[in-house]
Design a protein. Structure first.
Length: 562
């Protein structure tokens, strides 16, 4: 099992309680779920919640979960999206068996079911325009009005539907509608559209079909054909459940899956709508679907998130019946917890200023030893070259340090992590800008490893990198994509107006210790005192090692935004 637990070892959420009861009473002998993404975009963290639920339930109850692509709208679908979705689900650690399923596999059967509904007098071809269909549907307080085409004969409906399939009509001129109840208090039951004409080639079936089934019609029948026992959906499909049941009951199908709704995931400082994510991609507000600022699964992967952290996050937030907004810090805390255990420690100076050790031999390279992980000695050690010229963080030097300042400055001695104790001597400033260009120090040759031979106490410890042996690094610092916790709260304001202009900052002068050159794309490290970083998985030829900041060492956003 993915989470190394069984349903008996932890409290069951309401969905697992239903499934456990169904198995106990013999209603079902096994469990089959499905994850049905539309291949019209990349998956995001909200989909991860559904993936973990559907595949998790299948594993926990010794059943299975089908990956089924809802490929019923070829005008918005691409094979590239199919490949990206398969990669994301597999990366999260789930297996859908020999091959994925597709709604398009059932197009012929869905068509036959539609013919059957027509023959039963339960479906008809309507020629109202899309606008008129909406007008005739009525409102929440007023009943709908029947279409003038509702009373067509069965033979006429079959003839027209057959011609729709043959491509004899233009897009938007005819639809097939269910004949249910135009006065139903549920608008989804007021003669919903089952089929529409789309003269668009399909990425799997080509030009075979000129008509395509709607989601509500396709979903329930695909579930039935695959023997799904529990169809788990987010809450926006709750009002669609009566239609789900109507189709299956009317056709008297041999299998009738149970649809159960749960709350969708909402996170602060982001949007989780594929339509809005696509708008950001197409508007070039981000650098593609896998932009590390996007909470797509591919973006999180590129940023350095791990499958374990995402699965743990989905487990912690749980499954509920009402929508809520989860603080982004909950997700970030899970990746901190995960990387804290597994990420090796390294030193990297993001904003370097040169330090010259005046009494250090000119050509000497003194190798010092650093722990790869302070709490995990089994991760070993590494060798770090210490040379006459070093880099430290510009923020680790102050010309007029306060009494509580623990770093380098006039009259101060600090410990260079794993290296030596150094004492401030002088510094040099640029005459025009006033910027400090060099800091001169002396070192204690007997303090290798950072311990004072005479036992004196040195309170400050800072990280450093050799100026001559270090490797050039480019750093992307990522922050919240939006400045507002809920960028969709004001329906009259475009959510894009809340984009955070500082959500990505590039540091192109950073220098890291030499062993960073041995890392591979996707590998993560902790830069000591800085945060967790991941080698960018995109091949960008800059002559530098590219790192994306995964997460800071602690959540500073709430403090920073006050």
């Amino acid at each position: 099992m993915t989470n190394n637990e069984t349903p008996e070892k932890r409290p069951l959420d309401f969905i697992r309680q239903i499934i456990a009861e169904d198995l106990k009473t013999g209603k079902h002998s096994g469990v089959v779920t499905r994850f049905p993404p539309e291949p019209n975009g990349f998956l995001h963290i909200g989909h991860a919640k559904s993936i973990c639920l559907n595949f998790g339930v299948g594993e926990e109850f010794n059943g299975r979960c089908n990956l089924r692509f809802d490929d019923t709208n070829p005008s918005k679908e691409e094979e590239a999206y199919v490949e990206a979705i398969e990669k994301d689900v597999a990366w999260l650690g789930f297996n859908w068996g020999e091959k994925p399923h597709y709604a398009s596999n059932y197009f012929a059967q869905l068509y036959d079911f539609a013919i059957e509904l027509i023959k039963m007098g339960k479906a008809y071809v309507c020629q109202l325009s899309a606008g008129d269909v909406r007008t005739y549907r009525g409102t929440l307080t007023e009943p709908g009005k029947e279409s003038p085409y509702r009373s067509r004969s069965i033979d006429e409906n079959i003839d027209l539907f057959t011609k729709m399939k043959a491509g004899e009509f233009a897009d938007g001129t005819h639809v097939l509608r269910a004949k249910i109840d135009m006065s139903s208090p549920n608008l989804n039951m007021r003669d919903p559209v089952l089929y529409r004409i789309l003269n668009v080639a399909h990425h799997r079936t080509g030009d075979t079909w000129k008509i395509y089934p709607m989601y509500d019609y396709t979903h329930c029948l695909s579930d039935m054909l695959e023997g799904v026992t529990h169809s788990l959906c987010t809450l926006e499909f709750e009002d669609h459940r009566p239609l789900y049941n109507w189709v299956l009951d009317t056709l008297q199908t041999p299998c009738h899956p149970r649809q159960i709704e749960f709350s969708r995931l909402n996170l602060t400082y982001t949007v989780l709508s594929k339509r809005k994510l696509l708008k950001m991609v197409e508007g070039k507000h981000v650098e593609g679907w896998d932009d590390p600022r996007m909470l797509t699964i591919s973006g999180l992967r590129r940023r350095g998130y791990t499958p374990a952290a995402i699965r743990n996050f989905c487990k912690i937030i749980g499954i509920g019946k009402s929508d809520s907004r989860i603080d982004m810090g909950v997700l970030e805390n899970e990746i901190r917890n995960d990387l804290n255990e597994r990420a090796p420690r390294r030193m990297c100076v993001l904003d370097p200023v040169k330090v010259i050790i005046d009494n250090f031999p000119e050509d000497l390279i003194e190798n010092v030893t650093g722990k790869n992980h302070p709490q995990n000695p089994e991760m070993g050690e590494r060798t770090i070259p210490f040379t006459k010229e070093l880099y430290i963080e510009r923020a680790d030097f102050m010309e007029e340090p306060s009494r509580k300042y623990r770093r380098l400055g006039p009259g101060r001695e600090v410990r260079l992590r794993y290296g030596f104790l150094v004492q401030y001597a002088s510094h040099v400033k640029d005459e025009k800008s006033g910027e400090i260009t060099e800091i001169h120090c002396t070192y204690d040759p007997e303090s290798k490893g950072g311990s004072a031979p005479d036992g004196r106490k040195v309170k400050g410890t800072i990280h450093w990198v050799s100026a001559t042996a270090g490797v050039p690094v480019e750093i992307k610092l990522y922050d919240r994509l939006f400045t507002e916790a809920d960028p969709e709260a004001d329906k009259d304001t475009d959510f894009l107006s809340f984009l955070n202009k500082d959500s990505m900052i590039t540091l192109d002068k950073a220098v890291g210790e030499p062993c960073l050159a041995d890392l591979h794309p996707g590998e993560s490290v902790q830069f000591e005192r800085q945060g967790y970083f991941c080698v960018d998985s995109k091949d960008v030829n800059t002559g530098k090692i590219l790192f994306n900041r995964t997460v800071t060492l602690r959540d500073s956003w709430s403090t920073k935004s006050k």
